[in-house]
Design a protein around this ligand. Structure first.
Ligand SMILES: Nc1nc2c(ncn2[C@@H]2O[C@H](COP(=O)(O)OP(=O)(O)OP(=O)(O)O)[C@@H](O)[C@H]2O)c(=O)[nH]1
Ligand SMILES: [Mg+2]
Length: 185
């Protein structure tokens, strides 16, 4: 009886924890995106949300910071969200370079990658096809990992649900990086 009850308890309350990095140049909209994510999903504390049985823990990072630590964090992450400022055509190549460096890391191989084309509310901003074209030579390095380029307006929350739900689906099904498990007491 005890086993049955504790099994049921675990089924109901155990969460699978996944670490997700939010990366991008400064001013891309990383902080705004995380704030919207916490508003739309069950935000628990500064960087954690629950979606069904999955618990996502976010780490935000400006891509030119702390490069020496990248591989350590990459090794422990289950997903990456890369935020692009679609209004900043001038810095698009800088963003692409940082993106390319990131996906070249072997420690990130097979980790799902959500690319957010952010600030889509601004007239005449770069569209998803524009960004895909600019990043097209990264395709071989992306390889077989799951990758989605999602239009997004972090300021209003447009595209946030779609992006997070896609990420949850990918990290849950990625058998190469099993979750950390935690009982909720
Ligand atoms: N129009 C518009 N502005 C946005 C959007 N998302 C973020 N911003 C604005 O862009 C600026 C930078 O946003 P942040 O979220 O602070 O960007 P960040 O990537 O966290 O920047 P750092 O912390 O400097 O690395 C702020 O003024 C935001 O209000 C968006 O979807 N649309
Ligand atoms: Mg920020």
């Amino acid at each position: 009886m005890y086993t049955l009850l504790s099994g049921l308890y675990k089924y109901m309350f155990q969460k699978d924890e996944y670490c997700v990095l939010i990366l991008g140049l400064d001013n891309a909209g990383k902080t705004t995106f995380l704030e919207q994510t916490k508003t739309k999903f069950m935000g628990l504390n500064i960087g954690t949300i629950d979606v069904g049985k999955a618990r996502l823990m976010f780490w935000i990072w400006e891509v030119d910071e702390l490069q020496s630590l990248w591989d350590k964090y990459y090794a422990e992450s289950h997903g990456v969200i890369y935020v692009i400022d679609s209004t900043d055509e001038e810095r698009l190549s800088e963003s692409k370079e940082a993106f390319e460096k990131m996906i070249s890391s072997e420690t990130l191989e097979g980790v799902p990658l959500l690319v957010l084309a952010n600030k889509q509310d601004v007239p005449n901003c770069l569209s998803v096809p524009d960004i895909k074209t600019a990043f097209s030579d990264c395709a071989p390095k992306i390889g077989k990992r799951d990758c989605l380029v999602q239009p997004c307006t972090a300021l209003t929350g447009d595209g946030v649900n779609e992006g997070i739900e896609w990420m949850v689906k990918c990290v849950v099904r990625n058998i190469h990086r099993p979750p950390m498990q935690k009982d909720i007491t």
